[in-house]
Ligand binder design. Sequence first.
Ligand code: UD1
Length: 421
Amino acid sequence: MDYLKITGGTKLEGDVVITGAKNAALPLLASTILASNDVKISNLPNVVDIKTLLKLIGMLGGKYDHNINEITLNTTELNKTEATYDIVKTMRASILVLGPLLARFGHCEVSLPGGCAIGQRPVDLHLKALEHMGAVIEIKNGYIAATAPDGLKGATIVFDKITVTGTENIVMAAALAKGNTTIINAAKEPEVVQLCEVLRDAGVSIKGIGTNTLEIVGNDRKLLEFKPFSIIPDRIEAGTYLCAGAITNQVLKVTNVIPKHLEAMLIKFEDMGFKILREENAVTIFPADKIKPINITTTEYPGFPTDMQAQFMALCTMAEGVSIIDEKLFENRFMHVSELLRMGSDISLNGTVATVIGTPNKLFGTDVMATDLRASSALVLAALVAEGETTVHRIYHLDRGYDRLEEKLTNLGAKITRGKE
Ligand code: UD1
């Protein structure tokens, strides 16, 4: 297994080019199951989760020509409809093939994702919505066996909770269903918006893009003709590098970003005393005279993203005062706390609320364990300012979602090396 060794206390400075968003690329790759033509995609992130989904598409019979950040896929000869346990256990987002496979073939079998480090994470809302569209769903031997022999039918879906991949699955299913689907309480994350735009450009009528109500006119199982497209920039990668600038209190610029997607985080940086320069495709963070504590509540877009909670917690350890972080989306997304405590931070937990008493210049390097993707990046951030050397073990979590992390941090001046144990 790989680990990262980081020597704290170096100055970080410079520009980082942000990669395409993993969480946009995953549903978009799954959506190519609905395509009648070769689909050309650029700005694809080079991360393990993308390779995992490509492996799954390959197992289903899809073909692709993949060159780091560019890919051309052809799924016209798909001949399997099963997403096996082996794949789904390594990446829950494999559930994204459920909607398109069922819509296209009228049946599919997808391993039921188990819990994960950040919580139980059920998929009941995906399944209920598909049932409203006429699917018959059975859970057999750990698999979701879904059938819709006469095809899916348009329906009105009301999500009890806003779900990102749930919305994406139903948008893809509705695109090939017979009749109109209305999704009420839909997610409106930028990644959902791009999926809707790509499907709209492929000929599906979708109204309400970017709002909580989507109206989709189904294509009655007629495959779609996709146009080439480029994946939107990764707002979580951008936010993580801005946190690297903030925690080391240096000037750092992220380029190839859409600043409006980062707004909830940028306002928190400003509340903490950092100055922010917003340009058309770039954001620069400037040092704070004094890093102030903040209060954060994670919520759906355009609110503060849960995927940035751990990184901001690491940053709050450098604030002069007490920060309060309320994690509203996932019940167990505080696995990084015990590791940050091992580095000398002062954090206490009460249910969904973490209280962080700032301990500027008091963190020290030690051995820590990465527990999930974003928790791992919080440990790397803390290591950048810890005294001495930190070893972050089990960084396969980081490799799932960060493209060339060590290379990008090294270019900014960090002392970071990868090793094997
Ligand atoms: C996606 C993102 C993930 C992000 C999360 C929240 C991808 C691949 N992953 O995950 O990085 O942290 O959105 O922004 O895009 N829920 C149910 N039943 C369901 C579905 C969800 O109860 O059927 C609950 C979840 O447990 C959670 C909340 O709804 O409490 C939101 O989860 P959801 O938006 O579905 O997260 P994901 O789509 O899995």
